[in-house]
Ligand binder design. Structure first.
Ligand code: FAD
Length: 552
């Protein structure tokens, strides 16, 4: 007889990975206890970019519009612009749409941007609040902030977790079927598992390579000092004080990120010192009210050697650390949670097979390697760019130096901030729960995404007549797409799935274009919108196929 446990899944850590996982599990009515040592969601605006794929997952869960509504005003452009000093010379600019345009604009795009959602440039500060509010609506989810996980034990049959309530310092033991450590870079759970990071750390660059300090401040008059159109990111590129200024609310709040000189202890940096660095990047004095500061390290591209053992899993920064160029750390964390969420639920509900959970590391570790590689490329591209000594000079020499820098930075901006290939193109080729058909996957390129139903990648998206997203028609768990006017009878699929208690929604799309888009009349889509299998006809042994995709 199964032992009685306090809950099915314990999540250690309530950042983006933990909160997203709580949403995935809670939407499936899985009893979930999230323990987080912070009093609430993050109190500092770290990540600022939600990639389009994360937005598609928020849409699947029903709260993309709530995320899109946070951050800057709906008409605030999300341009990325480069300057010598932010109030002096503009060097380059990549114009990007405001949040209020996203919903209509995405319906007009095709090719690389065939998507249900565009990216959103809103701070993690606000996005985590939405993730928390959504998780709190789910009856099977309990969120306990102010609780620190101390240690765990996995006896093969279940896990016990000791956690301390920080309000009274009392430690309590909880039992569960599974534990997920989404407890950030210094993960207690990863350390107890004994897993270390592999990859690159301590890389030194002119910028984005070394100890960094972010200051968060209020400066209602700052926009008046910048004689250029508004932007979301303002990069100062000069030879003495580089920096990145990010608009947080589009009215008065900003974050400024700068690199500390080698050998300086960030604790010794006074507010006045930080303000001076800001003034130098701006080229004018900025009166401000400090809200907070966050020291962090750039120059990392690290992935843990293992993502799971027994009943314990790791997700997010606990298993991968990025330099934030490319904006991939939090977004990779979100996709970890998406991948793990449906699998844990399937196993707990009985239709997930004995090997389903093993596929988590097989699928996510290569993506973490890939994504940290892309962020390292962008960090090198911007951080090692040294402008000519004349960049701030007067006359023709100065102008020529600025023109030259502008050419480089315009190209760099389009490489780093137009990344449909990274966001949509991650693939799970070679995963034991993907049934390949021998076709070659599309090339992995950062700035180009080729919609493709080769099993292992994101299901190609399209807008249906009437303006409905194909994704909005999919079931919440597995979906069998019957595509084109001549799709075969799929009753054998339905009965085989029913025999396995596997939730399967059949969606009929008679449009020939959809059949062409998928290059097949049938496509089996996983709960995370990944193509698990495609074919022209129902396989003879359909049960074998379903066994494989559910990890039996
Ligand atoms: C300056 C900066 C800018 C960034 N910009 C971007 C960007 O634009 N785009 C992007 O994608 N990423 C960006 N990132 C990275 C992003 O912030 C992280 O990747 C993201 O927060 C990871 O989420 P997580 O849930 O895995 O971990 P975290 O956000 O670190 O959350 C972990 C949680 O676990 C809690 N915790 C830790 N130990 C315990 C314990 N023992 N018990 C209970 N709880 C515990 C922590 O308090 C925390 O709440 C940026 C980071 C920085 C520093």
């Amino acid at each position: 007889m199964a032992k009685r446990r306090d809950t099915a899944v314990i999540i250690a850590g309530g950042g983006p990975a933990g909160l997203m996982l709580a949403n995935e599990l809670g939407r499936r009515n899985i009893a979930t206890l999230l323990l987080c040592d912070r009093p609430s969601t993050t109190s500092f605006p770290a990540a600022n970019a939600t990639q389009a794929r994360s937005m598609e997952h928020y849409r699947r869960l029903g709260f993309a519009d709530a995320v899109r509504a946070v951050g800057m005003p709906p008409d605030y452009p999300t341009d990325v612009a480069y300057f010598t000093r932010i109030a002096k010379h503009e060097l380059a600019r990549f114009q990007l749409p405001a949040a209020g345009q996203a919903r209509d604009l995405v319906k007009t795009l095709s090719g690389s941007w065939s998507a249900a959602e565009l990216p959103h440039r809103g701070s993690q500060l606000y996005v985590e609040r939405v993730l928390r509010a959504e998780a709190e609506k789910l009856p099977s989810v309990t969120l306990r902030f102010g609780w620190r996980v101390e240690r765990f034990a996995d006896d093969g049959d279940g896990v016990t977790v000791d956690a301390t309530c920080l309000a009274d310092n009392k430690t309590q033991r909880f039992t569960a079927d599974y534990l997920v450590g989404s407890d950030g870079a210094r993960s207690t759970i990863r350390k107890q598992l004994g897993y270390s990071f592999r990859g690159e750390a301590g890389v030194v660059r002119d910028y984005m390579g070394g100890r960094m300090l972010s200051i968060w401040f209020r400066a209602p008059d700052l926009y008046k000092s910048i004689p250029f159109p508004r932007a979301w990111q303002y990069w100062a590129v000069n030879r003495t004080q580089r920096g990145l200024l990010v608009a947080i609310d589009g009215r008065e709040e900003f974050v400024f990120m700068f690199q500390l000189p080698a050998g300086i202890d960030e604790a010794a940096i006074t507010a006045a010192w930080a303000c001076q660095a800001l003034d130098q990047s701006l080229g004018v004095h900025c009166p401000l009210t400090m809200i907070g500061r966050l020291p962090w390290t750039a120059g990392l591209a690290l992935v843990a050697e293992k993502f799971q053992r027994g009943r314990v899993f790791l997700a997010g920064d606990a298993v991968h650390l990025f330099t934030p160029t490319g904006g991939l750390g939090y977004n990779t964390a979100i996709e970890d949670a998406v991948n793990l969420g449906w699998k844990l639920a399937a196993v707990l509900q009985g239709w997930g097979g004995a090997h389903l959970l093993d596929s988590y590391e097989r699928e996510r570790q290569p993506v973490a390697e890939r994504n940290t590689g892309y962020s390292r490329y962008y960090a090198n591209s911007i951080g090692n760019f040294t402008p000519a000594p004349e960049i701030e000079g007067e006359g023709a020499t100065g102008e020529a130096a600025r023109r030259e820098a502008g050419i480089y930075l315009n190209r760099h901006a389009r490489e780093e901030f137009n990344i449909p290939g990274i966001t949509f193109g991650a693939r799970y080729d070679g995963s034991p729960i993907i049934v390949g058909d021998g076709s070659a996957p599309p090339p992995d390129r950062a700035n180009e995404y080729v919609p493709s139903a080769v099993p292992g990648g994101r299901a190609p998206h399209t807008w249906l007549a009437g303006g409905r997203s194909l994704y909005d028609t999919l079931g919440f768990e597995f979906t069998l797409l019957r595509l084109g006017p001549d799709a075969p009878d799929t009753r054998a699929f339905v009965s085989a799935a029913a025999a396995r208690d596997m939730p399967l929604t059949v969606v009929e799309r008679p449009e020939l274009e959809l059949r062409d888009l998928y290059a097949a009349s049938l496509a089996l889509i996983r709960p995370d919108q990944i193509v698990a299998w495609r074919g022209e006809r129902v396989p003879e042994d359909v049960d074998k196929l379903l066994a494989q995709v559910t990890g039996a």
